[in-house]
Design a protein around this ligand. Structure first.
Ligand code: DNO
Length: 360
């Protein structure tokens, strides 16, 4: 297991590489270029500059999150081929710079979705929260406004405001794309991109839909074991893998997280893991919490044990944390609670590993 930490770059993050370097166990950062428009090729010079900056701080840049997929690819429009060619070129460039895993998602219009970016917990900390009943009563425009106001001026991953301005048009186009069509469009994309990944040694890792159900009537297809298996088998290559985001999948109590880890882990298809806890408080209603089991609805011991049992040796990062100790920053991506998350994960990892070595 290799621990990495998401970092938004010198201009976009209030957390420094020097701070990240001091968190025990962290080997590298999960980075991205945020100034390249979605669909365009990531230029080699910009990738190399990011790599140099990261390496100068004694860290590695082996995981990218995300190279976002252009909406025309998800919609299956005739223009998609141009964007797929660009995607392939980006993968080649990233491989040349030593990147091993590329995380992406295939969620229509919106990336991750929350209805509150700063819900207060009784201890005074703030977390991201979701309540589906609120989504049912507001328009997508109102929701975007809410998220923008809660962003505190930070770029939020996957929420490109200019792209979201064309909302009406995009929703119109999605009227003819149901789950089957979206799946076909994903397979079309994978059939063309995975061979390039095989050639240059990059592992593609799809991120589950967050939350794992349809919102505003849009199709979502990376939501449970059955759907994920279908995607992995449609293009049956180890380079067509998964970012196992347990918080996303874990918002639906029907997803048995340790079992899914065992299943996809044994297939060798989990390349990247996001660990965080959520507290499910009702149907399609949850809020995020600190990482430990007693804070949320998930047994983190069982989850780490499942990773240990399948011999997981890929990358793992703490996912969203709370805002604590007066820290101001990008919602979900503060320094302190994610660092606490890492030490907790390290503790569980050491314990499950030694138990296995000594008692099994
Ligand atoms: C949110 C993140 C997502 C994730 C993308 C991957 O905080 O987990 O934005 O990076 O869905 O493409």
């Amino acid at each position: 297991m290799r621990i990495v930490f998401r970092w938004y770059g010198e201009k976009n993050d209030n957390i420094t590489l020097e701070q990240i370097r001091q968190i025990p166990g962290v080997e590298g950062v999960v980075g991205a270029l945020f100034d390249v428009p979605v669909g365009e090729v990531w230029p080699m010079d910009k990738i190399l500059k990011l790599k140099e900056t990261v390496e100068r701080a004694g860290l590695k840049l082996e995981v990218i999150e995300s190279v976002n997929v252009h909406e025309d690819i998800k919609l299956g429009l005739p223009t998609r081929d141009r964007y797929i060619e660009n995607y392939k070129e980006t993968i080649r460039n990233l491989a040349k710079a030593g990147v091993k895993v590329v995380c992406y998602n295939f969620m229509p219009v919106f990336d991750w979705m929350r209805t509150d970016l700063a819900m207060k917990l009784p201890d005074g900390s703030e977390v991201l929260a979701y309540d589906h009943s609120l989504i049912e009563n507001i328009t997508p425009e109102e929701l975007i406004k809410r998220v923008k106001e809660g962003s505190q001026g930070f770029i939020l991953p996957g929420w490109e405001w200019d792209r979201l301005e064309k909302l009406r048009e995009t929703f119109e186009l999605y009227k003819s794309v149901d789950e089957n069509k979206l799946f076909e469009n994903l397979v079309y994309f994978l059939e063309r991109v995975v061979p390039v990944c095989e050639e240059c040694g990059v592992k593609l890792a799809i991120h589950p839909d967050d939350p794992p159900w349809s919102i505003f009537g849009l199709p979502r297809i990376v939501t449970n074991k059955e759907n994920i298996e279908k995607i992995l088998k449609a293009v049956d290559s180890p380079h067509n893998g998964l970012t196992f985001c347990m918080g996303s999948l874990g918002a639906n109590p029907e997803n048995d997280i340790p079992e899914m880890i065992r299943y996809f882990g044994k297939m060798g298809r989990i390349h990247f893991v996001h660990l965080r806890n959520v507290k499910i408080t009702g149907p399609k209603r949850f809020h995020e919490t600190a990482h430990p089991s007693f804070c949320g609805s998930h047994d983190m011991f069982e989850i780490v044990k499942a990773l240990q049992d399948v011999g997981f040796d890929g990358y793992i990062r703490p996912d969203h944390g709370r805002m604590i100790w007066g820290e101001k920053g990008r919602p979900g991506y503060g320094l302190y609670d994610r660092a606490l998350g890492i030490t907790y994960i390290l503790g569980l990892w050491e314990a499950t590993k030694k138990m296995k070595e000594r008692y099994c």
